[in-house]
Ligand binder design. Structure first.
Ligand SMILES: Nc1ncnc2c1ncn2[C@@H]1O[C@H](COP(=O)(O)OP(=O)(O)OP(=O)(O)O)[C@@H](O)[C@H]1O
Length: 268
């Protein structure tokens, strides 16, 4: 049965006139977007159009990139995440991130999960239960329950990525950002992560950057298509949002010719 998606997203996060710079270079120009609660939103577009840059601005990950600067409004539950009084570490706990390449810590499977709750000072009645629940939610428990003390590096790439998802879940986020989470994985591992995203959507809101248009079409409720245009002032190419709509509309009857050309493979 097809999933009912509201006409406008039930807002959990929003960007308003967001510009992201690296020094003088403006990588992303004037993005307005509203992200829906319990939805999967895909950010797609040709290489260099600023998808990853924008994604990193959604949980202040850009704070850690030398020279990066975000202008405009990024809100989470209608609160500015760049406001002075906001703690970026708390932002990143509530808006977690999973990266392109699985990056488990050089620790045991158990300690990969327990680390976040420990360092963030979460009150945990039973760490064993928390570890089991995070691994279960990430569809990994059955495969690792008998080797929790073994190194995370002994897992396959797909298992490592599910471990990284479990690690993100362990600190109880509301939003999970994923930057091409399947690009280092084979088709079977990719399919497991896609199934997992659909399961996680019940409890979390997911924003994913993907190069794989079939993946966006398979999993995302809404899709934002970006492109790179020459900046009027500098002539440098900068990322702009072309079109944002329900995924079925973006892939079925896009409003903008540039979207049509991209999804039909005519450019990009
Ligand atoms: N740390 C950085 N310092 C300077 N410029 C950067 C940095 N990271 C990205 N850029 C530039 O910003 C622009 C947008 O890059 P970004 O990686 O966000 O695009 P993308 O759409 O995610 O690309 P891809 O699909 O290839 O990953 C590019 O011109 C890139 O060279």
């Amino acid at each position: 049965m097809e999933r009912e998606i509201p006409t406008t997203p039930r807002r959990i996060m929003a960007c308003e006139d967001v510009n992201v710079y690296y020094g003088d270079f403006r990588a992303v120009t004037s993005v307005d977007l509203t992200f829906g609660k319990n939805e999967i939103t895909a950010l797609i577009g040709p290489s260099g159009c600023g998808k990853s840059t924008l994604l990193r601005s959604l949980n202040r990950m850009n704070d850690m990139v030398l020279g990066a600067r975000v202008e405009g409004s990024v809100t989470f539950h209608d609160q500015e995440i760049y406001a002075k009084e906001v703690d970026p570490i708390e932002v990143r706990r509530r808006i977690g991130m999973v990266f392109q390449k699985p990056n488990p810590f050089p620790k045991s499977i158990y300690d990969n999960i327990a680390y976040g709750p420990k360092v963030t000072g979460m009150k945990v009645s039973s760490m064993d239960d928390l570890v089991e629940e995070a691994l279960t939610r990430a569809a990994l428990w059955g495969e690792v329950k008998d080797k929790l003390k073994q190194s995370a590096y002994g897992l396959s790439g797909g298992q490592q990525q599910r471990l990284c998802i479990a690690r993100t879940i362990a600190v109880n986020p509301e939003v999970i950002l994923m930057d091409e989470p399947c690009s280092a994985l084979d088709p079977i591992a990719t399919s497991r992560i896609e199934d997992l995203m659909v399961e996680l959507r019940e409890d979390y809101s997911i924003i994913i950057v993907t190069h794989n248009m079939q993946q966006a079409a398979r999993v995302a409720d809404r899709t934002a298509f970006f492109t790179a245009l020459a900046d009027e002032g500098t002539g440098d190419r900068t990322g702009v949002l072309v079109e944002y709509d329900k995924t079925a509309t973006i892939f079925g009857s896009p409003a903008d010719q540039r979207t049509e050309d991209y999804i039909s493979g005519r450019f990009g």
